[in-house]
Design a protein around this ligand. Structure first.
Ligand code: GLY
Length: 336
């Protein structure tokens, strides 16, 4: 295997946190709108750093990432090791070990990772491996490719020391057996679809990285791949601008290349909050009247400002800064 592929990368910036939930441990700093959004590339340093955020209240994941960041680790190590906490947790039935299977009973995992230089790695339809995010990082660092799929990805994982593991737990097996008796395929908002941990971090050097990992939609068709391992859809990071990640029904996120869109909106001067709102609005414009799916976007900019927005109430994110750890509840397109 040879050198990694390098992608071109770019810039940028902004403000104002969503309200804190009661679960917040400490208040999050309120950031000033200190910079001209018309020229996001003018800012090269983060004002809030280090910083880590991730979709949903996966607070053990942000705590792990924070441990790395606060010990002068890189954002890349922080996001990888942060999401690994959830991949290894058999009680998290949306990611890694214990993830819910497809309709044939197979647990298939998707993940991607992206660094400050725009390098990225991804695995899709990976089976029998607890940490797809680490395989994705190895794809990025050890191969000339960006995406490995299925058996090829699994073989690559074994060649790099990953162990074969049965990912179906007693709990998910029982649920799957019950599902087979009904075989309905309706998505359940904030349950079946909060299937993804997307994490974004800024390290002490002000460099950004992101990771995204999931077992995908429960009881999906065999072979289905969602947005999470698709660079630009489930995750995108531009070290000069910011990063974005997504959770929810991947098909809709892919159609708008959601995370790339949000980063580009930030490049054009929008705050993370404004960019996430516009990302959701683009999706809802194409799905007028549809209420049967959830999507949540989460974004940070180069300055450490954060934002999130979702289709239905219920999406939260976990954040860790030197002010402490908080759970943030985000605003939604549809109100309660
Ligand atoms: N957002 C994860 C998926 O749709 O698979």
């Amino acid at each position: 295997m040879t050198a990694q592929i390098r992608l071109p990368m770019k810039r940028r910036q902004f403000l104002k946190n969503a309200p804190l939930s009661a679960a917040g441990l400490l208040s999050v700093p309120v950031f000033a709108n200190y910079q001209d959004r018309k020229d996001p590339t003018s800012v090269t340093k983060s004002l809030i750093k280090p910083l880590v955020v991730c979709t949903w209240n996966f607070k053990n994941a942000t705590a792990k990432a924070w441990e790395i960041l606060s010990n002068h680790g890189t954002s890349l190590d922080a996001v990888e090791q942060g999401v690994m906490v959830e991949e290894a947790d058999p009680t998290n039935e949306t990611v890694g070990l214990g993830g819910r299977p497809d309709r044939d009973g197979n647990v298939t995992l998707d993940a991607c990772i992206m660094d400050k230089d725009g390098n990225c790695g991804s695995v899709v339809y990976l089976q029998n491996i607890v940490h797809p995010i680490s395989v994705a990082r190895k794809v990025m660092e050890l191969t000339p490719h960006i995406i490995l799929a299925g058996k090829g990805a699994e073989q690559f994982a074994y060649e790099n020391g990953f162990k074969k593991t049965n990912l179906l737990t007693e709990s998910t097996k029982k649920q799957y057996e019950a599902w087979k008796t009904t075989s309905t395929y309706e998505t359940i908002i904030n349950i079946e679809n909060h299937d993804t941990i997307g994490m974004l971090a800024i390290d002490g050097n002000g460099d950004l990285a992101g990771a995204c990992t999931t077992s995908g939609m429960a009881y999906k068709m065999a072979g289905r791949v969602g947005d999470s391992p698709i660079i630009g859809a489930g995750l995108f990071v531009d070290n000069e601008v910011g990063g974005a990640t997504a959770t929810g029904v991947g098909e809709e996120v892919i159609k708008t290349v959601g995370s790339f869109l949000i980063v580009e909106l930030m490049r054009q001067g929008k705050s993370p909050q404004e960019a996430c709102e516009e990302g959701v609005r683009r999706i809802m414009k194409k799905n007028q009247g549809r209420t049967d799916f959830q999507i949540g976007f989460l974004a940070i900019n180069k300055q450490g400002e954060t934002g999130g927005y979702c289709v239905h109430p219920g999406f939260t994110y976990s954040q860790f800064t030197n002010q402490g750890q908080t759970e943030q509840t985000v605003e939604s397109y549809y109100k309660k």
